[in-house]
Design a binder for this molecule. Structure first.
Ligand SMILES: Cc1ncc(COP(=O)(O)O)c(C=O)c1O
Length: 424
């Protein structure tokens, strides 16, 4: 595949961006053939800076839920843009959107809108402390809640005090949660939980109901707030908070990524009980009231309510999981597919440094299918059954190819260093 423009952009970026790129968009921990820069997205496809086209199973790390450049959403955004976006005050769409979200999400009675998932999770932490007057926040070990000092996975620039009252427990382990709660004494402000375990580099796990109910019970007993971080999984599991599926209602939930189908918007939703605390904290941002992403969110949510997008991505996810399992089996690979079918993560057995995963993913990329070797992926409504068949056919070839060169594979140097030095 042609990579001239991508390489030229990388070269220029090196002198004006730290390391040439930062955060989750840095491709340093991906196979070296993966493009860094993109030029276009349409439906379920993306084009890199050189014009190479891929069927995209990453969906912009989540925001693309209905399809890139969906005119039903983008036309609503453009209409609003013509009227006004960032004004001296908010527009009526803010109230309409809050009404819509509160109507869709069972536990929620109010909403605060912001820009990124990190804004929402950080605000949830502040609301919980304002509500309880207590300090300790429990988070599952390895869970990602954003890139602020209290939760970023990288230690550089973070001081001990930033995390002084952040304590860990093991996801899906009620005993571990109980021990962390006991340790917190009477200083517990909140328990954070992602809807399912979706940490990078490791198998995903669906939530254990016993653990989730235990978290709810503890919060009821102590007055701490239960926070479900639905930033990544929101509206991909349910047309409601994801833990509605297991009958556990949080006090707060955090949203982002998909709620405006790629337009920049996130939200903190809360129950009546936390309304006063939410109203007592000072939270804002120059762009938090912009009307365009809110208009896009209204259009998105209306489609989510009135279409079978969820059933469609679940059916495609099942087709993909079954097809890949068959392909791996035929080629003799033990290939783990974990998490909900619409948010799969793929790992190979016996592949501690991910060399098999990297080689397989690179081969998929060469065949025009963008998969991720160590992060969960996302299915979008714009995918079709024949797209999934294409992915499966590419996978068959990639597994076959892998079998022939398995002894020649080398570990990726940057990933090897990271695996050796950092917690996942
Ligand atoms: C569960 C979860 N919470 C919070 C965040 C942070 O969201 P953002 O990157 O929009 O700040 C993410 C981002 O991936 C996430 O997956």
């Amino acid at each position: 595949m042609k990579r001239t423009r991508d390489l030229a952009l990388r070269h220029r970026a090196k002198s004006v961006l730290p390391n040439g790129m930062y955060g989750h968009q840095a491709t340093a921990l991906l196979p070296e053939t993966y493009p860094q820069f993109f030029s276009r997205g349409q439906g379920a496809h993306i084009w890199d800076a050189d014009g190479n086209k891929y069927l995209d199973l990453m969906c912009a790390y989540g925001p693309n839920l209905l399809g890139y450049a969906d005119p039903r959403i983008d036309d609503a955004a453009i209409d609003q843009l013509r009227k006004g976006d960032t004004l001296t005050g908010p527009t009526a769409v803010m109230v309409e959107l809050a009404e819509l979200m509160v109507d869709m999400v069972s536990h929620a009675d109010w909403a605060i809108f912001c820009k990124n998932g990190t804004d929402a999770t950080t605000m949830a932490k502040t609301v919980a402390r304002a509500q309880t007057g207590k300090r300790i926040i429990l988070v599952a070990d390895g869970a990602y809640h954003g890139a602020a000092p209290w939760c970023t996975p990288a230690p550089a620039g973070v001081i001990e005090e930033d995390r002084a009252f952040i304590r860990k427990y093991e996801y899906n382990n009620a005993e571990s949660l109980a021990a962390a709660v006991a340790d917190a004494g009477d200083d517990l402000a909140a328990i954070f939980a992602t809807p399912f375990k979706h940490d990078a580099f490791t198998d995903q796990a669906l939530p254990d109901v016993h653990y989730a109910r235990h978290a709810r019970r503890v919060c009821d007993q102590t007055g701490a707030l239960l926070i479900v971080d639905d930033v990544r999984a929101g509206f991909r599991l349910a047309r409601d908070c994801s833990w509605e599926l297991i009958g556990v209602r949080p006090d707060l939930s955090t949203w982002g990524k998909s709620i405006a189908n790629g337009h920049p918007l996130s939200a903190l939703l809360g129950a009546e009980k936390a309304r006063k605390a939410a109203g007592s904290i000072y939270v804002t941002g120059s762009f938090w009231f912009s009307a365009v992403p809110m208009a896009a969110a209204i259009a998105t949510l209306q489609i989510l309510r009135n279409s079978s997008y969820l059933e469609h991505i679940c059916a495609l996810g099942t087709q993909l999981r079954e097809g890949l399992a068959r392909a791996a089996d035929t080629a003799g690979f033990s290939f783990r597919q974990t998490g909900p079918v619409q948010m799969p993560l793929f790992l190979f057995d016996g592949d501690p440094d991910h060399r098999l995963g990297f080689a397989w993913s690179s081969d998929m990329l060469e065949q025009g299918v963008y998969v991720h070797p160590w992060h969960n992926m996302f299915l979008c409504d714009a995918l079709t059954r024949s797209d999934i068949n294409r992915v499966i056919r590419a996978a068959e070839k990639a597994f076959e190819g892998l079998a022939t060169r398995i002894d020649q594979l080398e570990p990726h140097p940057a990933l090897r260093a990271r695996l050796a030095s950092a917690p996942t």
